[in-house]
Design a protein around this ligand. Sequence first.
Ligand SMILES: [Zn+2]
Length: 227
Amino acid sequence: MLFTPWTILILAAFGLTMWAQFRVKGTFSKYSEVPVSSGMTGAEAARHLLDSNGLSHIPVEHIPGTLTDHYDPMSKTVRLSDPVYFSDSISAVSVACHEVGHAIQHKVDYPMLVARHRIFPLVNLTSGVAPFLLLGGLFLKISGLFLLGIIAFSVAVLFQVITLPVEFNASSRARDLMIKMGYIRNSEEREVKAVLGAAALTYVAAALMSVLQLLEYIWLFKRDSDD
Ligand SMILES: [Zn+2]
C-alpha cells in the first residue's frame, strides 16, 4: 500500500473513529440503565416534543436494530429503535429528543440542514465514482483523472463537515427542550450531555479522517505534478 507522511495521521484518525464508536455504545448502554426522573419513554418524549412544536403531523415509528434512530426528512418521520422507543432511560429520552431536534431544524429551515439536503443527491453520485477516479488516476498516472477524483471526494468531505453543526445543534436543542419541558431535571443534564456528546464525537472523528484523506490526495497531486 501507499505510504505517505499523512498515513500515520490518517491511521490515528481511524483509531479515534473506532474508539468513538466503541465509546458511544458504552455510554449509551451505561445510561440505558438509568431511568429518567419523569418516567417518560423515548417514544412518549418524542411524541410530546413534536406536538409542542407544532409538528403533530410527524409520526414516531418503531424500527428494529440498535442506534438506528433517525429523522427521515423525505417522509418527515421520526424513527426510533427498540432500546429508545420503549425505554424510559436517560439514553432513550436523549436520543429521541435529538431526533426531534432534527425535525425542528427542518421546520425552521436551519441553514446547515438545508445545505446538507441540497448536496445530498450530489454526494450519492460522487462517492460512487471517487474511489475509481482516484485509484485510476494514481496508478495510470493520469493527473487529470486524479484531480477529478479529488473534486468528487471533496463533495463527500464537505457533506461530513456540514453534518457537524447540524448534529451539535440538534443535540443542544434537545438538551434545552428536555429541561424546559420537564422530561429531565437539571441534575440529569450531565448524563444527557454524556450520551449526546459521545454520539457527536463519532461524527467529529469521521469528518477528521475524511479531511486528512483529502489533504493526502491534494499532497499526492501536488507531488506528482511537481515531478
Ligand atoms: Zn443526529
